[in-house]
Design a protein around this ligand. Structure first.
Ligand code: SF4
Length: 245
């Protein structure tokens, strides 16, 4: 079977886009790692997948700093998933009220704990499929647990990561599953976990949603938006080579 010329053109264009994004991603990654040599999950208890899961549920529309303030008392009162499973949501609510949306969050935490007791003997599973089956757990939380608790390669696409990856020119989509796929295609696998942490740090520090501070940004020479602010062509010139650490 022969391939039609227009199909060949389409796949060549797709290859060029992927190759271009991979090159840009490598340069941006080097910029970010040089500027932020140490980044990590900003939620406490990340080494314990259950406590990270609870923290991630509490972090919806709340700051990680606030979550870190309430979780020590919460886990003192409910040390294990079994303790949450045996509680009523109303028992949990007073401990998490300051995180907002506390009725829903208490319900989700209790339901997740009950599910883990029934299905996994109180342990948090380490596969995407099993994580997504837990009440209150979506893809973002599942990737966070896989990456930060179990050390499995996963890209966490939160609001910072989605917004800045678009500004940088690494994705055209605003849909998290598509962004995740685009980033997995352009970033080296060893950088998937770090990428989310790097963009959260950049998004809080410099590339803030209301007014990205491009002149101060370490990524300005390779970010599509940053280049445009500098009056440079958005596409990277061929002579810029990827840097390898
Ligand atoms: S150069 Fe500007 S738009 Fe690009 S990541 Fe930095 S602050 Fe954001």
């Amino acid at each position: 079977m022969t391939t039609k010329p227009q199909d060949q053109d389409r796949s060549k264009a797709a290859d060029q886009t992927n190759a271009g994004r991979r090159r840009r991603a490598a340069l941006l990654l080097a910029d970010l790692r040089a500027y932020y040599p140490q980044v990590d999950c900003t939620l406490d208890f990340r080494e314990d997948p259950w406590r990270l899961l609870v923290g991630a549920i509490l972090a919806a529309q709340c700051t990680d700093a606030r979550v870190n303030q309430v979780t020590p008392e919460l886990f003192k009162r409910f040390p294990e998933p079994a303790d949450f499973a045996a509680a009523l949501p109303q028992d949990i609510e007073p401990y998490i009220r300051s995180c907002g949306l506390y009725h829903n969050k208490a319900r989700n935490i209790q339901a997740a704990a009950a599910w883990l007791q029934q299905q996994h003997r109180g342990r948090v599973p380490d596969s995407m499929e099993a994580l997504l089956a837990i009440p209150g757990v979506g893809r973002k939380i599942a990737c966070l647990i896989l990456g930060d608790s179990y050390g499995r390669p996963a890209v966490v696409v939160d609001t910072h990561c989605a917004r800045i990856s678009q500004l940088m020119g690494l994705t055209d989509s605003s849909r998290p599953p598509v962004i995740e796929r685009d980033l997995m295609n352009s970033l080296p696998q060893e950088a998937w976990i770090d990428w989310g942490h790097l963009l959260v740090t950049l998004g809080r520090d410099i590339c803030v949603a209301r007014r990205p501070d491009c002149p101060r940004c370490p990524c300005r020479s390779h970010c599509q938006t940053g280049r445009s602010h500098l009056g440079l062509p958005e596409a990277l010139p061929d002579f810029l080579e990827e840097t390898h650490e």
